[in-house]
Structures are given as C-alpha cells and as structure tokens.
Design a protein around this ligand. Structure first.
Ligand code: ZN
Ligand code: FE
Length: 255
C-alpha cells in the first residue's frame, strides 16, 4: 500500500511524497525545492527515491529536479509540451505510467500553462496548479475556454477522488467562493472547518472531488446562482459555462 504525505516547501507549496513501505521506494510530485526531499531521505536511511513526477514547468514545481536527479537514480516524468529540466520520460495525453506499482493515467489540462498535465490513479489525483481546493490556477498561458474544459475533465472523475494540488491556497480561495455564493451552506461550513485547521497550522489538503463540486465556484459554472453573479459582475449574459468561468476567473484575479 502506498502512503502519501506532504513535504512543505517555500511559503505555500506542498511536495507530495509517495512511499511504498514494502520496498522502501518513494516518489515525489513537483519538487520545487530539493532540500526538503533530501532532508527526508537523510532522515530515512534505506529509502530510495525512484520517481519524480512533474505537472508543469513553473520554477516552484521543477526547481529541485536537477539536484534530486544528480543525487539519486530517479526517473523524471513530465509533460512533453513543456521544457522540463532533466526529464527522462515525456508524457502526452492519455499516456499511462507505472510509479511504485501504481498505474497513473496522464491527462493534459491546459490553462494555467499550455502543457500542464495531471496524474490520476483510482482515488488519487495530482493536479498541480490546475484545480485547487475551492479554486483554480491563474491563466498564465491558456484561455478561459481551455481551463474550463480542463476543470470539467477533472470534475468528471469519480466523486471520491482525493485531490492533491500543489498550494495551500484554500482559505483565500474560500473567501472568494463565499463572495460568489453567499447562501451556499457547504461553503460556509468549509470556511469554518478550514479556519480551524489553519489556526492549528494544519494543511487543508488533500481535498476530494465531491467537496469541490459543492464548494468550488470554478466547478459550479452551471449553477444558476453562480451564473447570475457572474452576469452581475461583467454586466452581460454569460451564455456558456466557459463564459461564466472567464468572468469568475477575471473577478478572482482582482479579488
Ligand atoms: Zn504554476
Ligand atoms: Fe505553483
């Protein structure tokens, strides 16, 4: 059985660590900094890092790859369409990779960046900066249409999928979610739960898709109240889910 835990990095990044106690092999997702991973390996003699999974090219996700690659024998997986340091295996849409005996499906999810990928194994999703808890990544490279389609694709995975995103942004995302849907009691409950976790300095991840579908405005563009709020914001009739999404994303950028 593989265990997943978080190695905090920078101010609000998590490097996800996958451990297979049976073989004492481990893997990491998006090591923006090598130091926390090397420190963990030093504290766990006998363990070896065999795989590094990358979702997209931003520095806070790939900054530690070269140092980890030279310190270990790890294989580096990353999106084919982006420049990833020390990448061994270039991944495209619907590819499948085996990591610590788990098969992961690869989905391209353009929007935050154009080549961004996500990794899915039954019940587990590593989605980088595409889907966040109660939010989504900024559109640095892609269009609102692309990001909306990417989020819809992830939302179509089973409800009990655990969502492992890269940043601890949940509390600020929920402030925005509550502004979009002031009457949504699931959001109000989550605001309180996350406030408690953060006051204890605990992480709010992983999330799960059922909770995201109830509380993440960017997955709720088909809700009448969300559409109405988006229409109010940009003073026009947003006809498609992608238009509602674009309006929400632009609002959040200035929130
Ligand atoms: Zn990013
Ligand atoms: Fe990031």
């Amino acid at each position: 059985m593989i265990q997943i835990s978080a190695l905090p990095a920078f101010t609000d990044n998590y490097i996800w660590l996958l451990q297979d106690p049976g073989t004492q092999r481990c893997a990491v997702v998006d090591p923006g900094d090598a130091a926390p991973v090397l420190a963990w390996l030093q504290q766990h003699p006998g363990w070896s890092l065999t795989d590094i999974l990358i979702t997209h090219h931003h520095h806070d996700h790939v900054g530690g790859v070269e140092r980890l690659k030279s310190a270990t024998d790890a294989t580096v997986y990353g999106p084919a369409d982006e420049n990833i340091p020390a990448r061994d295996v270039a991944l495209r849409d619907n590819d499948r990779v085996s990591v610590l005996g788990w098969d992961f499906d690869v989905y391209t999810v353009p929007g935050h960046t154009l080549g961004h990928i996500a990794y899915y194994h039954e019940g587990v999703l590593f989605c980088g900066d595409t889907l966040f808890a109660a939010g989504c990544g900024r559109l640095f490279e892609g269009t609102p249409e692309q990001m909306h389609a990417s989020l819809q694709r992830l939302a179509a995975l089973p409800d009990d999928t655990q969502v492992y995103c890269t940043h601890e942004y949940t509390q600020s995302n929920l402030k925005f979610a509550a502004a979009v849907e002031p009457d949504n009691t699931d959001i109000a409950e989550r605001v309180e739960h996350v406030r408690q976790l953060r006051s204890l300095n605990e992480m709010t991840l992983p999330s799960n898709l059922a909770l995201e579908k109830r509380t993440n405005p960017f997955l709720r563009t088909a809700e009448t109240s969300v559409k109405q709020k988006a229409d109010e914001r940009n003073g026009r009739d947003n006809r498609s889910g992608a238009e509602v999404f674009a309006s929400l994303r632009a609002w959040k950028d200035k929130f």
